[in-house]
Design a binder for this molecule. Structure first.
Ligand SMILES: Nc1nc2c(ncn2[C@@H]2O[C@H](COP(=O)(O)OP(=O)(O)OP(=O)(O)O)[C@@H](O)[C@H]2O)c(=O)[nH]1
Ligand SMILES: [Mg+2]
Length: 436
């Protein structure tokens, strides 16, 4: 069951802890009236929407002033939720914010559930479900790529693509259904197949961005592996721009693995420096080597480093399809060359920009930055399902074709939230924070 729209809800919208400014949000049919009970200043009930006023929050029971504040008035439907709403901007102290909330609860507001403001925006038709999910993604965006993609979703680019696709399926469906009344006409199988193949191709194009979408959202793991002294720790430091890992000319310096977050070309990455891989009888070193290989297996992308200034090493067994091969210490006299290796020098910085570009393009393969990406697992599943239904119907007789089209259209409509049950909606919004 979704929470009732009849209540007026309140929550702190600013992050927990001390801040310069704190924001309390109030939304619902009685928002202006409840705000007025704790406000000394211009009466919000008499204020037009889109205005803000200076004044004081006070406790109506004792008359005590709680804080100096700004009060923002929004009138339905011109607010985030589509309802009458008020935002109180107070000083950002946890004590002030708690007190303001308590006063609003005492006046008759109810604590907002996680994501309930955005849920109301959805229920009032201000946002579709895909846009609401983009709000969450935007709030949580930690990298430039994640921010950009979330904003794209928010401006409903994905929704428009899905609507266009769905419309073509529904047109074909209407055509197929009309034939039940005029069976002598018959479906042009060529036309039906053309529509379906076009739709599948478009779905495939969207699905091919899902990996990049996941990387933008969750970040990627990048493992640096190679023989001792290959320059792994030095390269990690060079990528980070500071001395995170210990570097020494003695082989076997890095014993355990070490993780460091960084951003490459706007992509969030956790880089993992590992122990040099070589045969060893030392049990501690052997454990480190085992961990290095495990880090490689778990990585989205592996950098395999080989020292170009020393005799060419025998590479370990790696999943080469997701490995970039690097010839390191390119500032020194080469002992070997190989065109399959990117030449880099952690010391001089040579090749580092090319390396970053290569890392970024490998991690975002299949996705162009100018287009919308599938960043939600829920959307990916819905697209996979729609694709399955379309392929089922492609060569089927007319009645089955109609059913497949209907099922595919329903799967697509789930993305924008036209065809979802309350549980799905509740689940989407449960991931939000309170106050959003
Ligand atoms: N000239 C030159 N020396 C480098 C470069 N990168 C690393 N070195 C040197 O190579 C040696 C080993 O570097 P590390 O970064 O510790 O190598 P590693 O692969 O982490 O080694 P282990 O932790 O022992 O596996 C150090 O003496 C570094 O100064 C480079 O680009 N150019
Ligand atoms: Mg090292």
């Amino acid at each position: 069951m979704l929470p009732s729209l009849a209540d007026t809800i309140a929550a702190v919208a600013s992050p927990p802890g001390v801040g310069g400014v704190g924001v309390v949000r109030l939304s619902g049919p009685r928002a202006l009236e409840l705000a007025a009970t704790v406000w000394r200043g211009r009466d919000p009930r008499e204020s037009p929407g889109g205005r803000f006023w200076h004044g004081w929050v006070y406790d109506p029971a004792s008359g005590e002033t709680v804080d100096e504040a700004l009060l923002l008035v929004f009138r339905a439907p011109h607010s985030y939720t589509g309802e009458d709403a008020v935002e109180l901007q107070t000083h950002g102290s946890p004590a002030v914010l708690r007190r303001v909330l308590e006063l609003l609860y005492a006046a008759g507001a109810r604590p907002a559930a996680p994501g309930e403001f955005t849920l109301r925006a959805f229920l009032h038709g201000r946002l579709d479900l895909a846009q609401a999910e983009s709000v969450l993604a935007l709030v949580e965006a930690e990298s430039e790529t994640a921010r950009r993609q979330a904003l794209r979703g928010l401006t409903s680019e994905l929704s428009r693509r899905i609507h266009g696709l769905n419309q073509r399926l529904l047109d074909l469906l209407a055509h197929v259904q009309a034939l039940l009344d005029y069976p002598e006409e018959g479906v042009d199988p060529h036309h039906a197949r053309e529509v379906i193949d076009g739709a599948v191709a478009e779905i495939d194009a969207l699905l091919s961005t899902a990996r990049a979408g996941r990387v933008a959202r969750e970040g990627a793991r990048l493992a640096l592996v190679g023989a001792p002294n290959a320059g792994k720790s030095s390269l990690l430091n060079a990528l980070l721009g500071y001395e995170r890992a210990l570097v020494h000319h003695q082989p076997g310096t890095t014993r355990d693995y070490l993780e460091a977050p960084l951003e490459i070309g706007g992509v969030p990455i956790v880089a993992v420096d590992t122990a040099g891989v070589r045969p060893t009888s030392d049990p501690v070193e052997a454990a480190g080597v085992e961990r290095a290989l495990a880090a490689a297996r778990a990585a989205d992308l592996i950098l395999y480093l080989a020292d170009r200034s020393a005799p060419r090493p025998e590479p370990p067994e790696l999943p080469w399809e997701r490995t970039l091969k690097l010839a390191t210490k390119a500032d020194l006299e080469p002992a070997w060359r190989d065109d399959g290796y990117l030449e880099v020098s952690a010391l001089s910085g040579a090749g580092l920009e090319e390396l970053k570009a290569a890392i970024k393009s490998r991690l975002l393969a299949g996705a162009c930055e100018g287009e919308v990406w599938i960043t939600s697992e829920r959307h990916r599943q819905a697209l996979e399902e729609a694709r399955g239904h379309l392929l089922e119907g492609r060569d089927a007789p007319e009645d089955l074709l109609g059913m497949s089209l209907e099922a595919a259209s329903r799967s697509l409509a789930r993305i924008t939230g036209e065809e979802v049950g309350e549980e799905v909606i509740a689940r989407v919004f449960a991931n939000f924070c309170v106050g959003k």
